[in-house]
Ligand binder design. Structure first.
Ligand code: PEP
Ligand code: MN
Length: 357
């Protein structure tokens, strides 16, 4: 039985899966039927046009693959989604009854392309998911969403697929969770889903990233799946079989953002009140710390001493690392926190030093 995209669009969690790329008619059909059989997937994905970082890699099968996807949709009843990057892609996809579109990370970075796709969709009632740009630029991501809103599209969502960074990291694309969280704050009415496949770049990390996104109240997942992952024509290392996907989904703990259970609500309220109280105290202390920095600034000014003394800064950090370790605070947090406090302190001293009075 065919499910309409309208029925699926509001389902939470919304689960999207399918191959990174459509490769052959058989591969698309077999992936789709095996995914449908799990009963855990809502929408079938497949890349048709693949923006690859380097030439010479598989750049997608092109519009021919849309016929295979339409066949898979008819066979399984699953609504389907593809990535589009140009007005022509949009036209081809709509001509082949694609139910939902997504904008890839390499397209979101380019306002000309996003605008072209948004213009091509004027007056069309179709859900569109916008991936974060490859670089951690929230204005670019927000701007992309606004272009679709201005073109009159109402069913919009965001996909968090991580952000590229230079050098080796644990991730193919670092999750930088604070960025999607800020996007959720900016666009609370929009669906936000996570794409663990492109964050991890491997199979082993998928479950943990998926669980983390659920714990952060994301509304769904897009995970790549393939009937023969090792021999996939693109992103072979991160794809999993439909059956492994079902196991992964079955192992996730789904949480609710809210509950009506009174005992839980009052316990949470008490703990949050404690946090508010401590935040107030921390801010008061920070204000006092800056007042001392002002005093130091004025002594340094009188004695003609520079603001920054590297030894002192190292001393502060070393002390904090030692104390932080005992308190269960990570070095990463200590560095971020002291960088911010130190910068504020320098700004205060600078103001005092350069005050003409
Ligand atoms: C994809 O979904 O296969 C893809 C190319 O993703 P991204 O745009 O996130 O790199
Ligand atoms: Mn991919």
């Amino acid at each position: 039985m065919q499910t309409t995209i309208q029925e699926k669009w509001l389902k939470r969690p919304l689960i999207i899966s399918g191959p990174c790329s459509a490769e052959t008619p058989g591969q698309v059909m077999e992936t789709a039927t095996r995914l449908a059989k799990t009963g855990k997937v809502d929408i079938l994905r497949a890349g048709i046009w693949k923006p690859r970082t380097k030439p010479g890699l598989f750049e997608g099968i092109g519009a021919a693959g849309l016929d295979w996807i339409l066949d898979a949709k008819k066979e399984t009843g699953l609504p389907v989604t593809v990535e589009v990057a140009t007005a022509k892609h949009v036209q081809d996809a709509l001509d082949h009854e694609v139910d939902m579109l997504w904008i890839g990370a390499r397209t979101t970075v380019n306002p000309f392309s996003v605008q072209e796709v948004a213009d091509a969709l004027r007056g069309v009632d179709i859900p569109v998911l916008i991936k974060n740009p490859i670089n951690p630029d929230l204005e670019l991501w927000s701007g992309g969403i606004e272009r679709f809103q201005k073109a009159g599209l109402r069913q919009l969502g965001m996909i968090h697929r991580g952000f590229s960074s230079y050098g080796n990291t644990d991730y193919r694309n670092a999750p930088m969770w604070h960025l999607p969280i800020e996007m959720k704050r900016r666009f609370p009415e929009l669906l936000l889903i996570c794409d663990p496949s492109h964050i991890c770049g491997n199979r082993t990390g998928l479950q943990a990233i998926a669980q983390k996104s659920i714990d952060l109240d994301f509304g769904g997942l897009m995970i790549e799946s393939h009937i023969d992952p090792d021999h996939a024509w693109s992103d072979a290392k991160q794809q999993i079989t439909p059956e492994t996907l079902a196991e992964l989904l079955g192992g996730l703990v789904w949480r609710n953002e809210r509950t009506d259970e009174q005992a839980f609500i009052s316990a949470l309220t008490t703990l949050r009140e404690q946090i508010n109280q401590m935040d107030d105290e921390l801010l008061t202390l920070l204000g006092q710390r800056m007042k001392i920095a002002d005093k130091i600034g004025s002594y340094k000014k009188t004695n003609n001493i520079t603001i920054l003394q590297t030894n002192r800064w190292n001393e502060i950090l070393d002390r904090a690392f030692q104390k932080g370790e005992l308190l269960g605070l990570s070095r990463e947090f200590i560095i971020k926190y002291f960088d911010a406090v130190h910068l504020e302190s320098i700004n205060h001293q600078n103001k005092v030093m350069n005050d003409p009075s």
